[in-house]
Design a protein. Structure first.
Length: 373
């Protein structure tokens, strides 16, 4: 078997923000397994191992070709003994016995199923598992379970929103959001973010960022957009969160996921006829209602924070995590979705574009489609 020499993989950075990772993954057989191991660690609240598996998967995703032998990964960062053992198993037997064991595990199966419902996190899933519940049907028929509004929507639209959203569907939603936003405010600024901005073919939702060119004008915008979507009869569910953004607070580089901008988590009704390529198509008779429910996220930062929000919401999660870690550890700077702060100079570094932020950090610019870390 041909093995590329170790030098071929020299110079791979430990930080995803110094790697270019397209959607073309040559090492899916390894990374799929590692992501399952990461998820299983997450369910066991083993944060360290979880991050280690995610980092390892991310490094492998950035490689320009498939790994055929262990020698080929010598010198690569973020691949620990545990990861190498799993890779050796896959290289030798074509499968990982460790991950197969996990897949059969009753607890893993239940937690994976429960957390696949919109509004159900690991904590709730664990609670249900401890009560002896194992299937979605058992949860819906158990009399003592109190579902919140989000979870009720999650169950109601489960079959639709657990189905991947295609690029064509994301595009159709983009047109609807654009028309709605610009009907309310013709000068509003709207951008697609999340996985679809990174060039992914499929996603679990569609993410948009919107703002107004004049500071403060974005404040009422999101609620107007929601009203207008409701008037059009396409708003199936809406969870709105007002802004809790505080300009004087320092960025917190360790923050995960939630930021303080005004935002909403929606479920929208998308007509099949509005999707390119499905126009006039006779849909399968078992699925003939002609529409589907789709998850959509809208975030509305003030315009002076737009670049930070765009960078954060474009992801990937690992890319964002490594950007913040790089800023902190290599530059003594604090980065989050709101701002960048230089601890040495004790000042905030403003940015109007993503390029500005990379430049402040002394990083080469990485295009959105190269951020699939
Ligand atoms: P997601 O929509 O969860 O992920 P994704 O678009 O990368 O992939 P998918 O196809 O599964 O939808 O989140 C998009 C990015 O936004 C992700 O990098 C994390 C970030 N994010 C925040 O910064 N704050 C938040 O509150 C949330 C929910 C996400
Ligand atoms: Mn998304
Ligand atoms: Mn996701
Ligand atoms: Mn999202």
């Amino acid at each position: 078997v041909y093995c590329s020499p170790p030098t071929a993989v020299a110079n791979v950075s430990q930080y995803a923000c110094q790697r270019r990772t397209t959607t073309e993954n040559h090492n899916k057989i390894f990374t799929d397994v590692m992501e399952e191991l990461a998820e299983s660690s997450e369910f066991n609240e083993s944060k360290g191992p979880c991050l280690a598996f995610r980092r390892a998967a991310s490094v492998l995703k950035s490689l320009p070709s498939a790994v055929h032998c262990l020698e080929a990964i010598q010198g690569l960062p973020c691949l620990g003994e545990h990861t190498k053992a799993v890779m050796e198993e896959i290289l030798t037997f074509g499968r990982s016995f460790k991950v197969e064991e996990i897949r059969c595990d009753e607890r893993y199966q239940a937690l994976k199923l429960f957390t696949s419902v919109f509004g159900v996190g690991p904590k709730t899933a664990e609670k249900w598992y401890r009560r002896g519940l194992r299937s979605l049907k058992e949860i819906l028929t158990e009399p003592n379970i109190q579902l919140n509004r989000m979870q009720r929507a999650g169950f109601l639209y489960y079959s639709d929103i657990s189905k991947a959203v295609s690029k064509a569907e994301a595009k159709a939603l983009g047109c609807i959001i654009e028309e709605t936003v610009h009907w309310i405010a013709p000068d509003a600024i709207l951008a697609l973010t999340g996985g679809f901005r990174r060039g992914k073919e499929y996603g679990h939702d569609v993410d948009f960022l919107l703002t107004m060119p004049e500071m403060g004008k974005e404040e009422g915008l999101l609620l107007h957009v929601i009203d207008r979507l409701r008037d059009q009869g396409i708003l199936l569910y809406c969870e709105y969160q007002g802004s809790t953004f505080d300009v004087s607070k320092l960025p917190s580089w360790r923050f995960e996921d939630m930021d303080h901008f005004q935002k909403c988590f929606l479920i929208l009704r998308l007509e099949q006829g509005q999707v390119e390529g499905e126009r006039g198509l006779q849909s399968d008779p078992g699925d003939s209602r002609g529409w589907r429910a789709v998850r959509v996220d809208l975030v509305a930062p003030p315009v002076d924070r737009y670049a930070f929000a765009l960078l954060g919401w474009t992801g990937s999660r690992q890319f964002g995590r490594d950007l913040r870690t790089f800023a902190y550890k290599e530059r003594q700077m604090l980065l989050d979705n709101h701002a960048l702060y230089d601890k040495t100079k004790k000042l905030f570094l403003p940015a109007t574009t993503e390029e500005d932020i990379f430049a402040h950090l002394g990083l080469e610019y990485v295009e959105p489609w190269q951020r699939n870390a």
